[in-house]
Design a protein around this ligand. Sequence first.
Ligand SMILES: *[C@@H]1O[C@H](CO)[C@@H](O)[C@H](O)[C@H]1NC(C)=O
Length: 119
Amino acid sequence: MLSSMPKLLITLIIFSSILSPLAVNGQFEDWCIADVQTPDDVLLGAMDWACKNGADCSNIQLNQPCFFPNTTADHASFAFNSYYQNMKTKGGDCYFSAAAIITSLDPSHDSCKFDASHE
Ligand SMILES: *[C@@H]1O[C@H](CO)[C@@H](O)[C@H](O)[C@H]1NC(C)=O
């Protein structure tokens, strides 16, 4: 019975070293995206606000890498994430009156890169 304790400890240590690469600098990477349940008109209003209050929305303009998919939800996700990453150390959050949600899945696609963090 006593001899099983070190085995348990070793198992725990191995497990935590497998899991730890998920965390970068002790923090999990996250992104802020539009909640699929939010109506487009609400997303448009929130996106407009985000773009004027800290988000860099240049990449979702025509001929820029994040213009396609050309949908309100995709553009809002980019704007929400940009706002969140730029402003989270200055009191900004991923809320937008419940129009946004946090995800641990990188929404980047093709040449459209969603920032993960500004440390
Ligand atoms: C982008 O979407 C808007 C709104 O649906 C539409 O009016 C516009 O023509 C689209 N632009 C392109 C280049 O697909």
